[in-house]
Ligand binder design. Structure first.
Ligand SMILES: Nc1ncnc2c1ncn2[C@@H]1O[C@H](COP(=O)(O)OP(=O)(O)OP(=O)(O)O)[C@@H](O)[C@H]1O
Length: 212
């Protein structure tokens, strides 16, 4: 069976600045990988390449065995809806929508709106009583948990998380991480987590950018 994600000899530069080269790895369903490196080492850039949000320079990215190079932007965006979920340092919830409506948004885009599944996801991240609240009424950790539920709504094969706990205190960071990894494991979703926080991801298989 094809891996969920395969990365072959990826290299990237901004002008004269060489960020990384020869990055290769494969990820199978349910596997996790931490991308570690100091600020500016290219973690966000790598995640954007893997998500098809940035044009490839050197190397190839394969989603379930298919090269994404050559896909039109529109075709890639449609495939991304069911292939990848994204979580960022900032939650990017829609301020005028409730927690539940935010979770259902990817369903509207994919034509699969299922409020029962939205409620179920919110319950699994410990927010069953908060579905009707607007983001402004939620704590930072709760907002991030809604963002995790939203990212997993379409049962993506891959979850890409860029410093998802970067704006949370330690206790909340650990809680969000634990819920995110637990939920992804239940759905057999592979996870890539970019962070500069080595302690947070201790024990996870890792890929290092930017030096030793
Ligand atoms: N559009 C761009 N044009 C030119 N340089 C860029 C662009 N985007 C990012 N860079 C530079 O590329 C380098 C890597 O950026 P990137 O955001 O990928 O790193 P990072 O490891 O995610 O950093 P951080 O942990 O601070 O978010 C940085 O030096 C950044 O200034």
């Amino acid at each position: 069976m094809n891996p969920t994600l395969e990365v072959q000899g990826l290299g990237f530069s901004y002008g004269e600045i060489r960020l990384f080269e020869e990055v290769s790895f494969a990820l199978h369903p349910g596997e996790t990988r931490a991308i570690l490196g100091p600020s500016g080492s290219g973690k966000t850039t790598l995640l954007h390449l893997l998500a098809g949000l940035l044009a490839l320079q050197e190397g190839e990215v394969l989603w379930k065995g298919e090269r994404i190079r050559g896909y039109s932007e529109g075709a890639l965006a449609r495939r991304r809806l069911s292939y990848a979920g994204l979580v960022f340092q900032h939650h990017y919830l829609q301020a005028e929508l409730t927690a539940l409506e935010n979770v259902l948004l990817p369903g509207y885009l994919a034509g699969k709106v299922d409020p029962a599944w939205g409620h179920e996801l919110l319950a699994r991240v410990g927010l069953e009583g908060r579905a009707h609240l607007l983001p402004q009424a939620l704590s930072g950790g709760e907002r991030q948990r809604v963002a995790v539920a939203r990212a997993l709504y379409n049962r993506p094969q891959l979850l890409l998380a860029d410093e998802p706990t970067g704006s949370l205190d330690r206790r909340n960071a650990l809680r969000v991480l634990e819920l995110m990894l637990g939920l992804a494991a239940q759905l057999d979703t592979a996870v890539i987590l970019a962070t500069h926080d080595e302690q947070l991801v201790a024990g996870m298989e890792e890929l290092r950018l930017g030096g030793p």
